[in-house]
Design a protein around this ligand. Structure first.
Ligand code: PLP
Length: 848
């Protein structure tokens, strides 16, 4: 379909595992010859909306219609309909309407089969899909008269299980035979990242057709008429039509929920072993689950030879009502041992050479250990449509953030430099790059980030205007640009190659920002139990966290100890006593005071020991048995004076030497936060830091350097938009016209930054209201600015965002847009006056 290739649908899939229903109907006397195929597109559309998905493409041949859906596929034959949907779609909710539509055609259901594999994220499924018994109950309420049966096949410890509900007797057939067709369904997880990357709209993407050819799918389905679709930014769906047979492939390539399925149904000369081997070659999955269903009286493929490079870890067989047979085979690569340790093995693609070949061995593998599907923790984040997102599943190996140096394969980013500095073979670099790219790609997809050509104000405003109109927005909206975060990370590593950033979560605890930084290889600075949870829940290793609050509440210390977060700061004997009591395995960093008096927010009044007291504090630590590992400081937030960083690093060296003299193994320097992005960063701070490090902490000392930037990553990553909902015109005593505005966010909301962060805001107007035309009544030129105040929504006079601020004449329904609004804004907002400050958050990924 011509229009489809232009459509850009975000890929909503985080649960690849599909639900599938097949319903066959008997023709009544008044039924049309083409049966279900006479249903109109409108009827099918409303059927799909019951299931919470929609049609994105259509292809037909003489025998049937095939539809690619936003979530998988639909096939309509005269007597039979097969619907397959993934994600959290409500497949079964379409059943009542389907039966009703069939009835209107004088057709009634004579056979049905509902099946699905185990879900990767069962806890995300709505009722009734969270328990197979509930699904069966629902099916029985509609098909109970067909005498159904329900089965679960497969080993819960070794791969996916297969759930089948089947009902219907062959003798109920009328015009056409009510009998099952042979089918083969293959579900795959742990795909090779390089293979999975082919199914994204990345730099390599040419067209969906090209993806079909280059991936090898076209060869797999030779002779089929293929209708394919590549989703934005990731995901691939296709239907193949070949006579009465259909094939369908669906791929969710994102790392955290990587999944692919291949189905072949009604193909008379199907050769499972050869077909499965080809499929294995295309996707190189760590694990394959194959369900073969015979035609009504066909033979079962019980003794199938696993493809080269795979072990058969289990097989089971089930007779279905009506005489058909289902056989389930679980296959996996021998290097896939424990799901929690998949990362090292799966970062590269296993080749057939490094896998032992097991010949026709149908016995259940014994040395494979416990196998569960990846335990990915799910969280809710303020997604634009309220859909729950799946959190970042750890691919951070322990200490990966600390080991990450240019020169080692797990270096944070710096892809282009990786090869020359590391001596890796190009293919190895490819794999390292590919797995990191996939992790980033996974985050981008999981939070539904929309790609934009750039993050410039004009581009963002166009995007915002569309959102506002499309969703009828009134409340504050926040645009988080994950592309900007990725660029900031790249720029950081380029400017400060020795310093691993540990993002200070308090600056902006947006989950996608944290997940993206984790995927890129950053560590994190947390200051409370709740911040620890937030970061750990996203799969970050406790070794990649510094608990950088120098005076911790007892509960926070206990939480850090429980969660095995060892690295933490102190600056008083009282803190040392708490550590000794509650966290004996802590690795402490002495925080010294080293201020930039010109920084935007001072911290020195509250934190940091006088460097002169360093020796006394280190002695106290020694006496209490607290292990001191290094030194930290924070020059103040929003610091731009290179000299402040230089001086601080020099003072830190003094404290290092004092610690070493007392016998501590001092090997970590934490240069804190304070960094600005943009001009504040390029203005000499990095070069001063690098020079001071070279002087006081030369690489030969073997000291690991980290920093705790917060503002740097958060500030330019978010843009706020607020609607004008009130205007007031005044004329001053000297005859000047002013216009005041009320907007939906203010000082009790994200603009608390005006008070606490000494922020200055300078919004730009975004015209949305219909009365945006020049003001005819006054004859005024609307482009000519009027000055006035901008007020927040609360009933407090203090809630004044701007005074005497010039803006072109705006009306209620127009918006104000605040760039660089990501740091110390949303995290400090409260719901004063009962006004919920949480903005609707929309993610973009801008490219430059
Ligand atoms: C707030 C804070 C940070 C982050 O500071 P920025 O100025 O945002 O970089 C880092 N470390 C500590 C201990 C902090 O309190």
């Amino acid at each position: 379909m011509a229009s489809d290739s232009e459509m850009e649908l975000p890929c909503p899939l985080f649960e690849g595992s599909e639900k599938r229903i097949e319903v066959e109907f008997a023709f009544g006397a008044k039924a049309p010859v083409d049966g279900l195929r006479s249903l109109t597109r409108e009827q099918l559309d409303s059927l799909m909306s019951q299931a919470a998905c929609c049609i994105v493409s259509h292809r037909a041949n003489e025998d049937f219609d095939a539809y690619v859906l936003s979530e998988s596929s639909l096939f309509v034959y005269p007597e039979r309909l097969t619907l397959k949907t993934c994600g959290t779609t409500q497949l079964l909710a379409a059943v009542p309407l389907l039966l009703q539509l069939a009835e209107s055609l004088d057709m009634c259901a004579c056979r049905t089969k509902y099946s699905r594999a185990s879900f990767l994220f069962p806890e995300k499924q709505p009722a009734p899909y969270h328990a197979f018994s509930e699904e069966v109950k629902y099916l029985e309420s509609h098909f109970g008269h067909l005498m159904g049966s329900a089965y679960v096949m497969g080993d819960a410890l070794h791969g996916l299980q297969w759930h089948i509900y089947a009902a219907g007797a062959p003798e109920r057939q009328t015009r056409r035979s009510c009998q099952a067709q042979a089918s083969m369904e293959i579900c795959m997880t742990h795909l090779c990242p390089t293979k999975a990357a082919q199914f994204c709209r990345g730099a390599e993407f040419v067209s969906a057709q090209q993806t079909t050819v280059s991936s090898g799918i076209a060869d797999l389905l030779l002779g089929a008429d293929i209708d394919e679709f590549v989703f934005e930014p990731c995901g691939y769906s296709m239907n193949g039509l070949q006579g009465e047979a259909f094939s369908t492939i669906h791929i969710t390539p994102e790392e955290a929920c990587c999944y692919a399925s291949v189905e072949l149904t009604g193909c008379p000369d199907m050769e499972p072993a050869a077909f499965i081997a080809k499929v294995a070659e295309i996707f190189n999955p760590g694990r394959m689950t194959v369900c073969l269903t015979s035609a009504t009286s066909g033979s079962a493929h019980m003794g199938m030879v696993p493809p080269k490079g795979y072990l058969a870890v289990g097989s089971s067989m089930q007779k279905l009502p009506g005489g058909a047979m289902a056989v389930l085979h679980s296959l996996q690569q021998p290097n896939l041992t424990s799901v929690l340790q998949d990362e090292p093995d799966m970062a590269g693609c296993a080749t057939s050479d490094d896998m032992r070949m097991e010949d026709d061995n149908m016995s259940v593998g014994t040395a494979l250990g416990q196998e569960y599907e990846a335990p990915i923790l799910a969280t809710r984040s303020p997604g634009h449509d309220g859909t729950p997102h799946v959190g970042y599943a750890s691919s951070q190996s322990s200490e990966s953030c600390l080991k990450g140096r240019p020169g080692s394969p797990d270096s944070p980013l710096l892809w282009s430099e990786l090869q020359s500095m590391s001596g890796l073979k190009p293919a190895e670099v490819q794999d390292a790059v590919c797995s990191k790219a996939m992790a980033v790609c996974g985050v981008v997809a999981r939070y539904g980030a929309v790609p934009l050509p750039d993050g410039k104000p004009a581009t963002v405003d166009t995007f915002l205007a569309r959102l506002i109109r499309q969703h009828g927005l009134e409340d504050p909206a926040c645009i988080v640009d994950l592309g900007e975060v990725a660029r900031l990370f790249r720029d950081w590593m380029a400017a400060l190659p020795r310093v691993v950033p540990f993002y200070a979560v308090k600056a902006n605890n947006d989950e996608a920002i944290i997940a993206l930084l984790a995927a890129l290889g950053a560590g994190f600075d947390c200051a409370s139990d709740a911040e620890l949870d937030m970061v750990l829940r996203l799969g970050v290793s406790p070794d990649c966290i510094v608990f950088a609050n120098a005076c911790k509440r007892p509960r926070d210390i206990r939480a850090a100890a429980n969660k095995q977060v060892a690295l933490t700061t102190f600056d008083t004997p009282s803190e040392l006593a708490k550590l000794a009591r509650w966290h004996p395995s802590a690795k402490a960093l002495l925080r010294i005071r080293a201020d930039d008096p010109a920084a935007r927010c001072q911290l020195g009044n509250k934190y940091g020991a006088d460097p002169e007291d360093a020796t006394a504090l280190l002695k106290a630590a020694k006496d209490l048995g607290v292990v001191v590992k290094g030194v930290s400081f924070h020059v103040g937030s929003g610091a731009t004076d290179p000299e402040a960083f230089r001086e601080a690093i020099q003072l830190a060296r003094g404290a290092f030497d004092a610690g070493a003299a007392l016998g501590f193994n001092m090997d970590l320097l934490d240069i804190g936060g304070g960094f600005c992005s943009g001009a504040g960063f390029t203005g000499g701070v990095p070069s001063a830091v690098n020079a001071a490090l070279a002087e006081y902490f030369p690489a030969s000392m073997g000291v690991q350097i980290i920093a705790e930037p917060g503002r740097y990553f958060a500030e330019s990553a978010a843009t706020l938009a607020c609607m004008v909902f009130g205007v007031r015109d005044c004329v001053t005593a000297d005859g000047v016209c002013t216009r005041d505005y009320w907007i939906t966010d203010g000082l009790y909301g994200s603009m608390n930054s005006l008070l606490y962060d000494h922020a200055k805001v300078a919004p730009r107007p975004l015209r949305i209201s219909s009365s945006a035309a020049p003001d005819q009544a006054a004859g005024a030129n609307s482009a000519c600015p009027l000055t006035g105040s901008v007020f927040g929504p609360s009933c407090d006079g203090l809630d004044t965002v701007l005074q005497d601020y010039p803006l072109p004449k705006l009306d209620s329904g127009d918006w104000l847009v605040f760039s660089n609004h990501g740091a110390y804004t949303f995290c400090g907002a409260c719901a004063f006056n009962g006004m919920d400050p949480t903005p609707a958050t929309f993610y973009i990924f801008s490219e430059t």
